[in-house]
Write a protein that binds this ligand. Structure first.
Ligand code: FAD
Ligand code: NAG
Ligand code: NAG
Ligand code: NAG
Ligand code: NAG
Ligand code: NAG
Ligand code: NAG
Ligand code: NAG
Length: 540
């Protein structure tokens, strides 16, 4: 480290005095280690970008609100959830660099958070004492319509990205997730998909460059990090490799008018037949059309009897007339009518998909807090590669009603997804997959008993689905983080532990991720409950 110039030293001494004044006199050993860490942070930050205004200790009055601002699963908002000893709300790249350097120096666990949508809270919860490097202040978006690209910083939300694109062009969009509050940092580094997936592939299939700070504190771009590391952080999860500062994305063309619909059928209204046909049509029909299927349990028409409802939610990159004639030919069982269709702009279709009235001003996409209340939740995933028989579906309805299970989401693949090789990015679930299953349990009451009940239901249903889904390995989507697949304690069994979930998320790409990880972060600084492990030994 270069010698400090006198003015910088003065600033540092002053800043530390202010920070330390917020820590009680009866400082424990842990506290004093944290004080040394604070000193190190201040020492390593640039005087022109003081880090002190980015540091929140638990004694800062805003600490809880900063922590809770990006908690998107209330399971991890309880009084017994371990809290970080510090939150660094980086305002400048030097704050990221200082965090990485100092955390290694004092052997501290760092968690990186962008949008906080991790289903298992991995970005803001840990088993061991830890601090959060929070990226929400770094959220610049620069759209260049001329080159049809944009630089988007990790702390931006997808809604902000969509809004900024829409501000500049009515015929451009971006194929990322449907929930506008999801963060760029976790979403893109973990793969990312949305309702244009069949036309344009995954989010990472449309990423052309990145900026990342590595374990040495260097700010790298695609060229300086090299193709291996760039490959790893476009689907293998950023948090195993470094801190992603920004991605450069390639915009895609969308028509000025798109069509959306939501059509519902209960079992009494022939849902079984329609669902059975959906599985043959949705993954093979024109790439312009994405029809998500949502299954839930609702009250039937007969008093006190539950039934299963199938909701078909679609985005079509075209007008409603073409859509109705396409579906009447290829999917007559759905009985789609012109009156079921809504024509709108691509930007407003985002509102429709997230259950916001599409007449709402599009500025709602800039709202970083979700429109609907945050819930307690659990998610799991699966891949279906062979059609399910009608008998199979009938059995599933019975099971869902028996469990009063809340929700299933089926997302059709095929189209562009089946054309991209499974090694092109770490995301391996390409050709051969008909659709991805998401298991959803949502509840709104606190308490371990309630949580255990709902989590158990997802596990029971996941087990029930075994005969219908992929095996050897049973595949899962990394962005739908599920700690049931295995947890890494990052000790001497780290590789063996990592392989268990790693193969389900990444299949054969897991080995390449491990090799890259071993090369760029050999001491496993960037680690978490499901990070990519390093190789257990290295030949010298
Ligand atoms: C309501 C909701 C809707 C969703 N919809 C979709 C969808 O349509 N499509 C889809 O693909 N996924 C979807 N997801 C899943 C989502 O993509 C992942 O949870 C994603 O990881 C969230 O990113 P984040 O930045 O908000 O999350 P965070 O919780 O901040 O981070 C998630 C993971 O990424 C790491 N990370 C975050 N930022 C960085 C960074 N800058 N550098 C390195 N590592 C980082 C974290 O450490 C953590 O491990 C949804 C999730 C929710 C809660
Ligand atoms: C911070 O810098 C000061 C002045 O150079 C030095 O005395 C001190 O040891 C440094 N502290 C840490 C924790 O790096
Ligand atoms: C909390 O942190 C903010 C931002 O760094 C600072 O402005 C404020 O004075 C701090 N409050 C306390 C109580 O330390
Ligand atoms: C999280 O917990 C805190 C403390 O109990 C509470 O004040 C806050 O409202 C909770 N957040 C949400 C979104 O419920
Ligand atoms: C269900 O299918 C039957 C037989 O094909 C048909 O007569 C009936 O109209 C259908 N019901 C609905 C609601 O589509
Ligand atoms: C379903 O029926 C139960 C009683 O059988 C009732 O308590 C509940 O409110 C009903 N739900 C809806 C959405 O109508
Ligand atoms: C959407 O909002 C408009 C204007 O407030 C209202 O007329 C319309 O009924 C709403 N649509 C839905 C589906 O709620
Ligand atoms: C999980 O749920 C199933 C079905 O309701 C039940 O039979 C089982 O006992 C539950 N298991 C646990 C551990 O709660």
């Amino acid at each position: 480290m270069e010698a400090l110039s006198p003015p910088r030293m003065l600033l540092s001494v002053f800043s530390i005095a202010v920070l330390l004044s917020t820590i009680p006199q009866s400082a424990s050993a842990a506290n004093s280690a944290h004080n040394t860490f604070l000193h190190c942070l201040v020492n390593h930050s640039e005087p022109s970008h003081p880090i002190t205004s980015a540091i929140f200790t638990p004694h800062n009055a805003s600490f809880s609100s900063v922590l809770e601002a990006y908690v998107r699963n209330l399971r991890f908002n309880t009084s017994t959830t371990r809290k970080p000893f510090l939150i660094i709300t980086a305002l400048h790249v030097s704050h990221i660099q200082a965090s990485i350097i100092c955390a290694q120096k004092y052997n501290l666990q760092m968690k990186i958070r962008s949008g906080g949508h991790d289903y298992e809270g991995v970005s803001y919860v840990a088993e061991v004492p830890f601090f959060i490097l929070d990226m929400f202040n770094l959220r610049k978006i620069e759209v260049d319509i001329h080159t049809e690209t944009a630089w988007v910083q990790a702390g931006a939300t997808l809604g902000e990205v969509y809004y900024r694109i829409g501000e500049k062009s009515k015929i451009h969009g971006f194929p990322a997730g449907v929930c506008p509050t999801v963060g760029v940092g976790g979403h893109i580094s973990g793969g990312g998909y949305g309702n244009m997936m069949r036309k344009y592939g995954l989010t990472v299939d449309n990423v052309v460059d990145a900026q990342m700070v590595d374990v040495e504190g260097r700010l790298l771009d695609r060229k300086s990090m090299g193709e291996d590391l760039f490959w790893a952080i476009t689907g293998g999860g950023g948090s195993s490799f470094g801190v992603v500062l920004a991605y450069k994305i390639k915009l895609v063309r969308v028509p000025e008018v798109v069509t959306v619909f939501r059509v519902e059928r209960t079992v009494e209204q022939n849902a079984t037949d329609v669902v059975y046909n959906w599985q043959h049509v949705a993954p093979t029909i024109d790439n312009e059309l994405f029809i998500r299927l949502i299954l839930d349990v609702v009250n039937g028409t007969q008093n006190g009897k539950k039934t299963v409802r199938a909701s078909f939610v679609a985005l079509f990159l075209g007008d409603s007339k073409s859509l109705v004639s396409l579906l009447n030919e290829k999917f007559p069982q759905l009985g789609l009518k012109q009156s079921d269709c809504i024509e709108t702009s691509w930007l407003r279709s985002v509102l429709f998909w997230t259950n916001i009235n599409i007449t709402t001003p599009v500025e709602v996409l800039l709202d970083r807090q979700p429109q609907s209340p945050v819930n307690y939740l659990k998610r799991k995933s699966d891949y279906v590669q062979k059609p399910i028989s009608k008998k199979g579906f009938e059995g599933l309805w019975k099971k869902m009603i028996e469990l009063e299970y809340t929700l299933f989401q089926f997302n059709p693949y095929g189209g562009r997804m089946a054309e991209i090789p499974s090694t092109a990015t770490p995301f391996p679930h390409r050709a051969g997959n008909l659709w991805k299953v998401q298991y959803q349990a949502n509840w709104n009451r606190a308490g371990k008993k309630v949580a255990d009940h709902y989590i158990n239901l997802t596990r029971v249903l996941h087990k029930y689905m075994t005969p219908f889904v992929s095996k050897n390995p049973r595949e899962a989507f990394y962005n739908y983080k599920d700690l049931d697949l295995g947890i890494n304690h990052n000790g001497k069994n780290s590789y063996a532990e990592g392989k268990v979930y790693g193969v389900e998320y990444f299949k054969d790409n897991f080995n390449r991720l491990v090799e890259i990880k071993t090369k760029v972060d050999p001491h496993n600084f960037f680690r978490n409950e499901q990070s990519i492990p390093t190789l257990p030994y290295r030949k010298s």
